[in-house]
Design a protein around this ligand. Structure first.
Ligand code: DP6
Length: 340
C-alpha cells in the first residue's frame, strides 16, 4: 500500500535492515513484558506505520508478558500458542503472519513460532504489545541483526503501536515524532526506579472484546468531536506524569493517569456510533476504588481498550488492595531494581 510520500512498512524494514546479515542462527527466543499506559496512545496520524497522534508513557510489567521462540521451517507459517497450533485463518495467526512477511528471507520461507504468555489475549491487557515486542526480539536473535533499542522499538511499532514500548523495562515514553517515515517515533526508557510502585490487574472479563482497539481508535478519531480536545489534554497529562515520576509524587501520578484514561474513554463515547468497553463491573470497581481513596488510601485506576481495570498504588497500600480485591494480580514493576 503506497500512500503519498510516506513509506510502507516494507520500506521501513528495508531501511533499518540495510546493512544487517540475513543468516539464520537456527533459532531465536525472547521475552517481552506487557505494558500499561499511564498516558494513553489513542489515535494515529498514519495507519500503515502505526504513527500516533500523541506521545504516550507506560510502565512495563516486570516478568509478566510474552515469551516467543522462532525458527525458519518449511514453506508455511506454523504458529503455536501455549503449545496449541493456531488455525492459519485465526485473527492472531493472520496478524502474526502478515508481520512475518516483512522479514522472510525468501517469499517461500515459513516460520515456526511458539508463543506463551500470561496475559489473556485481546482482553485489554495489552497482549499484542508484548507479543510483537517478543517477536521482533526473537527475530533479532534468529537473524543475528544485533539491532539497537531504537530500531527494535520502531520495528515492534509496525506490528502494534504500543509494542514499541514493550521493548523496554520500567517507565517508558513513546515519542510521537513528526517524520512521515516514523524514524523518530519510538520508545525510550526513562531509567527511573520506583521500588514501591505497584500495579494490580483486575480481570473482570476475559472474553474477546467486541471491537478491537484498532477500529475503535479509527472510529474515534474520525467521528468523535471530543477527540479534537485529546491531543492537547494528552500533551498536558504527559508533562504532568513525567514530572510526577521524576519527583516520585505518587498522588499526582495516580490522579493524572486516572483522568487521562477516563478522558480517553470519553472520546470513545463521543464516537458515532459510540465505543463503550466498560461493563457494569467496571463502573462498580471504579466506585470501590474511589471509596478506598475517600477513606485515605491513594489508589487509582487506569483502563485500556477493554472492561478490565488496573489499579495503581504504592507498597504501603498493597494490603488494602488485596483485602478489597483478593482476585487481583499484584505486579511489582521494579522488582529486579529492588533486589539489586
Ligand atoms: C488503549 O497498540 O493495540 O491500550 O497500534 O492499532 O496495534 P495498534 O493499537 P494498540 O493500542 C493500544 C491502545 C491502548 C492505550 C495504550 O496502550 O497506550
Amino acid at each position: 500500500m503506497k500512500r503519498g510520500c510516506a513509506l510502507t512498512k516494507q520500506e521501513v524494514v528495508k531501511a533499518i535492515l540495510a546493512s544487517r546479515p540475513v543468516v539464520s542462527s537456527g533459532a531465536g527466543r525472547a521475552f517481552a513484558p506487557a505494558n500499561i499506559a499511564l498516558c494513553k496512545y489513542w489515535g494515529k496520524r498514519d495507519e500503515e506505520l502505526n504513527l500516533p497522534m500523541t506521545s504516550s508513557l507506560s510502565v512495563s510489567l516486570d516478568g509478566l508478558g510474552t515469551t516467543t521462540e522462532i525458527c525458519l521451517r518449511g514453506d508455511v507459517d506454523r504458529l503455536y500458542l501455549h503449545d496449541r497450533e493456531l488455525a492459519p485463518d485465526s485473527e492472531f495467526a493472520r496478524r502474526t503472519s502478515s508481520y512475518l512477511d516483512l522479514f522472510r528471507p525468501e517469499s517461500s520461507a515459513g516460520f515456526e513460532v511458539r508463543t506463551r504468555g500470561d496475559i489473556p489475549v485481546a482482553a485489554g491487557l495489552a497482549s499484542s504489545a508484548s507479543g510483537f515486542a517478543a517477536l521482533i526480539l526473537a527475530l533479532d536473535q534468529l537473524f543475528g541483526w544485533a539491532l539497537d533499542g531504537v530500531s527494535l522499538s520502531i520495528l515492534a511499532r509496525l506490528g502494534s503501536g504500543s509494542a514499541c514500548r514493550s521493548v523496554f523495562d520500567g517507565f517508558v515514553e513513546w515519542h510521537a515524532g513528526t517524520r512521515t517515515d516514523g524514524m523518530d517515533s519510538h520508545a525510550e526508557p526513562l531509567n527511573v526506579h520506583w521500588p514501591e510502585f505497584r500495579i494490580a490487574l483486575l480481570t473482570l472479563s476475559d472474553r474477546e472484546k467486541p471491537v478491537g482497539s484498532r477500529p475503535a481508535m479509527r472510529q474515534t478519531k474520525r467521528t468523535s468531536t471530543l477527540y479534537t480536545a485529546w491531543p492537547v489534554q494528552a500533551a498536558a497529562d504527559l508533562r504532568d506524569i513525567r514530572a510526577a515520576i521524576s519527583d516520585q509524587d505518587f498522588e499526582r501520578l495516580g490522579r493524572v493517569s486516572e483522568s487521562n484514561a477516563l478522558a480517553m474513554h470519553a472520546t470513545m463515547l463521543g464516537a458515532r456510533p459510540p465505543v463503550l468497553y466498560w461493563l457494569p463491573e467496571t463502573v462498580e470497581t471504579l466506585q470501590r476504588i474511589w471509596a478506598l481513596r475517600g477513606a485515605g488510601a491513594a489508589i487509582y485506576a487506569t483502563m485500556d481498550a477493554g472492561p478490565n481495570v488496573k489499579l495503581l498504588f504504592e507498597a504501603k497500600h498493597e494490603a488494602a488492595v488485596r483485602d478489597e480485591f483478593p482476585e487481583a494480580r499484584v505486579v511489582t514493576p521494579f522488582e529486579r531494581a529492588e533486589e539489586a
